[in-house]
Design a protein around this ligand. Structure first.
Ligand SMILES: NC(=O)c1ccc[n+]([C@@H]2O[C@H](COP(=O)([O-])OP(=O)(O)OC[C@H]3O[C@@H](n4cnc5c(N)ncnc54)[C@H](OP(=O)(O)O)[C@@H]3O)[C@@H](O)[C@H]2O)c1
Length: 332
């Protein structure tokens, strides 16, 4: 059996990028933002001081990888992350994303731009908001970008690497063929994709293994459902995307109530995930590490308590193979 400390050897991957086994996702700490018709795209109101303290606490607990996007909170998430990392920049790997158009003043997302010229413009703006001279991992945020345009953007990213503006790049997409196209670039280090206990991603994990990519796993807690905080009947605040879920967000119903089908599946596996004294969220993270040694989950957070609980999962490591098999059986 693996010991608590040797379960994940840390070797630099493609592009020289070395990340902690756990990263933190900075979508929620962007605060409120919306579509032009007012539908929420953020997670409701946040306390910036709490976010900054949570990030610094995570750093002290061994989490040195942070994922954000220019559009989260229409620039606000990047600013908060930059503030939190002041004086610690060289200790961390910072990932951000581009592709969506937004207005920082109105906090409205109002389109997308897939041109290489805009990629450069967005990168310069992200560097300014983050208060840094380089982005460690720059990611295309538009998951369905056509192949020909994506190839141009991949080449633009190679130029950014040559200029020292970024160290490496990747694509946030759930399509393995698209991820493979980006992986042809020398400094493509990662793909960011969804995967969690409720929805596995075998194709993408296999591709990451084959192409030596880091699988940056978004929504590892199924947007809170796998953290147990969203009790049946609990409603999400207005301003929280879960209160008015778009079509792709199937885990929640109108009002932010967990969807019955998915809530039942969480209950089916709760006992296995929380064995060995883990909390539900810690078990869900352990499942991902057991699922693939390439998987680097990036749970979102809004409080210091969540940051501490999630970072503590590092010391617990992956679930055991028989627990993985039990879960697969329960969900079959
Ligand atoms: N297209 C893309 O590129 C894309 C899309 C989605 C996400 N992402 C990235 O992936 C990151 C993570 O995914 P996600 O934010 O969608 O969802 P997630 O990590 O599955 O869930 C995060 C949410 O769960 C709750 N939570 C976290 N830890 C908890 C704990 N210990 N106990 C109880 N509740 C807890 C918090 O919300 P509440 O407290 O409000 O319940 C938190 O905001 C994002 O922050 C972002 O960086 C990228």
């Amino acid at each position: 059996m693996q010991t608590k400390t040797d379960w994940r050897p840390r070797t630099p991957g493609r592009g020289g990028i070395e990340v902690s086994a756990l990263g933190f996702g900075c979508w929620a700490i962007g605060g409120e933002w919306s579509t032009p018709d007012g539908s929420p795209l953020g997670w409701g109101k946040v306390d910036d001081d709490e976010s900054v303290t949570a990030i610094r606490r995570a750093l002290d607990l061994g989490v040195t990888f942070f994922d954000t996007a220019d559009v989260y909170g229409a620039g606000h998430s990047e600013r908060v992350l930059g503030r939190a990392l002041a004086g610690r920049r060289d200790d961390v790997v910072v990932a951000t994303k581009w592709g969506n158009l937004f207005d920082e003043r109105t906090r409205v997302m109002d389109g997308a731009d897939r041109s290489p010229e805009y990629a450069r413009e967005a990168l310069i703006a992200s560097l300014r908001r983050l208060g840094t001279d380089r982005v460690d991992l720059y990611q295309l945020h538009l998951g369905d970008t056509p192949f020909d345009e994506a190839a141009e953007l991949r080449d633009a990213c190679e130029e950014f690497v040559a200029e020292g503006l970024i160290r490496a790049y990747g694509w946030s997409t759930d399509d393995p063929e698209r991820a493979a196209l980006f992986a042809e670039g020398e400094h493509c280090a990662a793909v960011q994709h969804a995967c969690n206990v409720l929805e596995d991603a075998p194709g993408m994990l296999a591709l990451s293994e084959e192409r030596d990519l880091i699988s940056i796993v978004r929504s590892p807690l199924a947007m809170g459902l796998l953290a147990g905080a969203r009790d049946p009947g609990r409603r999400a605040d207005r301003g929280d995307i879960r209160s008015a879920p778009p079509a792709w967000l199937r885990w929640y119903e109108e009002g932010g109530v967990p969807a019955g089908h998915w809530a039942a599946r969480v209950e089916a596996v709760r006992e296995v995930l929380t064995a060995d004294g883990r909390t539900l969220a810690q078990g869900a993270l352990g499942w991902l590490w057991a699922r693939s040694r390439r998987a680097v989950p990036i749970p979102g957070f809004r409080t210091v308590a969540q940051a501490e609980e999630n970072a503590a999962a590092l010391a617990q490591g992956p679930l055991r193979p028989e627990q993985l098999r039990q879960i697969a059986g329960l969900l079959a």
